[in-house]
Design a protein around this ligand. Structure first.
Ligand SMILES: NC(=O)c1ccc[n+]([C@@H]2O[C@H](COP(=O)([O-])OP(=O)(O)OC[C@H]3O[C@@H](n4cnc5c(N)ncnc54)[C@H](O)[C@@H]3O)[C@@H](O)[C@H]2O)c1
Length: 384
């Protein structure tokens, strides 16, 4: 079967997953991709059942990712999968991404990029002499009003950035953490599947990437105080991290999965010497501009006053709320442009650099906490 669309394969993201539906809908949004196969589930019957359920022919549903790569490479280039989305638990990201890169596939990988910083560096090095596109889906950077926030900071609307602040609070782990049996049921609390951190790896990393994305400053040093709640739980479920950044900016990331009653409350604030900007994930179509002595201004998507980058992420006229599916759709759109060698803007999708810096952040946060809440540097030197 040959198609004018980009041929997309999917690893993970089966019917039982959280994130699969987001990627499937996002990839279909701009008529750029066609899902042609994948491995949705390591259990064969469930893998096939799911493919049937979403109407995919089963001839390109494979038993595991190694077989997928081997079989796809047998196909003529104009039929072979071009890009593969990795939507599995964290510990599979590295082996899958490594083998895909070695065999010439473009990759869209869920965050966190890997389970260790060393693995992330290895992927970065592997990518260096290749033309391969590698995206890491820090989904929230795809929201139009986040893109607007970035462009307003860049163009000086808030003056010199002087304070950055992200708070990402969820409460879902609270009932689990107090029950030793329930703790075994979530892979995010298992270091072998999740990596060295739960909360910071799962959501703190979104906050880190987002602050750098919107503020334009680089987070250079961090001091972390993490909370495991119980001594026999090796994984953090909450943390406060102080930030020292480029241009003498300071800031803070607060992340928690024991913030009882919170759902997905991700709030991002950037304060300059002229004004402040605030955005809340649970109300993503509002961007608040706060100026001393003036009434609060609320900016919304789709209006001409928004930047080109923001408008590019809006599909409908103002007043038609768009949400997380659309944010991920925008990331897929940017990746499609890159794969098709069409012009695209920096900031349309997060790259391997976001992924590798994210892994540096997670590991350094864990080290800072273990070393008596000491200041630790985030490694810097990554370019594409
Ligand atoms: N970008 C975001 O905002 C966001 C949100 C949620 C999750 N995530 C990330 O997405 C990834 C998956 O998270 P989730 O919550 O969907 O997990 P999940 O446990 O809900 O789903 C994991 C899926 O992977 C499949 N799977 C497991 N082993 C596999 C294998 N060997 N081969 C193929 N498929 C396999 C499972 O069958 C399941 O469908 C994680 O890395 C997580 O950090 C990102």
């Amino acid at each position: 079967m040959s198609s004018s669309k980009i041929r997309l394969g999917i690893l993970g993201g089966g019917g039982n997953s959280l994130i699969g539906i987001l990627h499937r809908i996002a990839s279909s949004m701009f008529d750029k991709y066609q899902i042609v196969g994948g491995v949705f589930n390591p259990i064969w019957d469930e893998n096939i059942d799911f493919a049937n359920r979403i109407g995919l022919p089963v001839d390109r549903i494979y038993i595991d990712f190694e077989t997928l790569i081997e079989q796809e490479l047998q196909l003529p280039e104009d039929q072979r999968m071009q890009v593969i989305s990795i939507l599995t638990p964290n510990f599979l990201h590295f082996p899958m991404a490594k083998k895909l890169l070695e065999n010439g596939f473009h990759v869209i990988c869920e965050k966190p990029l890997t389970t260790t910083y060393k693995e992330a560096q290895e992927l970065y090095t592997l990518l260096q002499d290749k033309k391969t596109i590698f995206a890491v889906t820090y989904t929230y950077t795809g929201y139009p009003m986040i893109r607007q926030m970035r462009e307003m900071v860049k163009s000086g609307v808030i003056g010199k950035v002087q304070k950055i602040d992200a708070q990402y609070y969820q409460g879902w782990i609270n009932p689990i953490i107090h029950d030793i049996e329930k703790r075994k049921t979530t892979w995010r609390l298992n270091p072998e599947k999740s990596g060295g951190s739960c909360c910071i790896g799962d959501i703190g990393t979104h906050a880190f990437d987002m602050l750098e994305y919107v503020s334009g400053v680089k987070i250079e040093n961090i001091l972390a105080d993490l909370n495991h709640v119980y001594d026999d739980n090796p994984m953090d479920v909450d943390g406060t991290i102080l930030l020292r950044c480029s241009n003498d900016v300071k800031g803070v990331i607060c992340a928690s999965q024991i913030a009882t009653g919170e759902e997905n409350s991700f709030v991002v604030k950037i304060y300059g010497d002229k004004a402040g900007l605030k955005w809340e994930q649970e109300n993503p179509n509002y961007l608040y501009l706060m100026e001393e002595g003036k009434p609060l201004q609320v900016l919304k998507p789709g209006h001409e006053y928004n930047s080109k980058l923001s408008l590019d992420g809006t599909k409908l006229p103002p007043g038609h709320p768009e949400g997380i599916f659309d944010a991920m759709g925008n990331i897929y759109k940017g990746v499609a442009r890159a794969i098709c060698s069409e012009p695209f803007n920096v900031g349309e999708f997060p790259t391997i650099i976001d992924g590798v810096r994210g892994m540096s952040f997670i590991e350094k946060a864990v080290s800072s906490h273990k070393n008596g809440n000491s200041w630790i540097a985030i490694d810097e030197n990554y370019t594409l």
